[in-house]
Design a protein around this ligand. Structure first.
Ligand SMILES: Nc1ncnc2c1ncn2[C@@H]1O[C@H](COP(=O)(O)OP(=O)(O)OP(=O)(O)OP(=O)(O)OC[C@H]2O[C@@H](n3cnc4c(N)ncnc43)[C@H](O)[C@@H]2O)[C@@H](O)[C@H]1O
Length: 141
C-alpha cells in the first residue's frame, strides 16, 4: 500500500529575497524537507498538511497564505514501498515569525532556491521547489 504524506513548501519574502523553509530531521540520515508528515486515518490531505506544519514548525493556518491551487506531488520509494508526498505552496505572512521545532527536527534554515536545491538533495524535491519558484515569479512578484 502506498504511504501518503502532505505538507507545505513555505516561502517568505524578506529583504527583497525569496527564501524557502527546510528542516533537518533528527533521526536516520538527517535529511532535509519542508514540513510534512503522514496522513492519519480520516484526515484530508489539507488537514494533514496543517497539523504537521503546526506540530513541526509551530506555524498555524493564520500564519500562512496557502495557495490551494498550487500543489506538486512527489513519488518515491522508502524501504521498497511506494510513497506519495503532496505539497502546497504557502507564504509566511510575517517573515520574522519564529519557527518552533519539535523533537522530530534538529534544525531549520531559510534558503534561496539555489541553496534549497542543494540541501534538499533529491531531484524530485528540487523540481518541486523550482515549480513553486516559477509560480511565485510569474504570479506573485
Ligand atoms: N530512520 C528513522 N529513525 C527513527 N525514527 C524514524 C526514522 N524514520 C522515520 N522515523 C519516525 O517517523 C516519524 C515521521 O513521521 P511523519 O513526520 O509523520 O512522516 P514523514 O515526514 O513522511 O516521515 P519521514 O521523515 O520518514 O519521511 P521522508 O519521506 O522525508 O523520509 C523517509 C526516507 O526517504 C528519503 N527521502 C526523502 N525525500 C525523498 C525523495 N524526494 N526522494 C527519495 N527519497 C526521499 C529520506 O532520505 C528517508 O530515508 C518521526 O516521528 C520519526 O520518529
Amino acid at each position: 500500500m502506498t504511504k501518503r504524506a502532505c505538507g507545505f513548501v513555505i516561502f517568505r519574502r524578506i529583504r527583497g529575497m525569496i527564501e524557502y523553509l527546510l528542516m533537518q530531521v533528527s533521526y536516520g540520515e538527517h535529511h532535509w524537507t519542508p514540513p510534512k508528515g503522514h496522513v492519519d486515518p480520516g484526515e484530508s490531505d489539507m488537514e494533514t498538511a496543517l497539523r504537521e506544519t503546526e506540530e513541526e514548525a509551530g506555524l498555524s493556518a493564520s500564519d500562512l497564505n496557502i495557495f490551494e491551487n498550487v500543489k506538486h506531488e512527489l513519488n518515491y520509494h522508502v524501504n521498497g514501498k511506494p510513497k506519495v508526498v503532496v505539497y502546497w505552496l504557502a507564504e509566511l505572512l510575517d517573515p520574522e515569525k519564529p519557527i518552533r521545532l519539535s523533537h522530530e527536527h534538529q534544525t531549520f534554515k531559510w534558503l534561496s532556491l539555489e541553496e534549497a536545491c542543494v540541501v534538499a538533495k533529491y531531484q524530485d524535491m528540487q523540481n518541486a521547489l523550482k515549480y513553486f519558484n516559477d509560480h511565485i515569479l510569474k504570479n506573485l512578484s
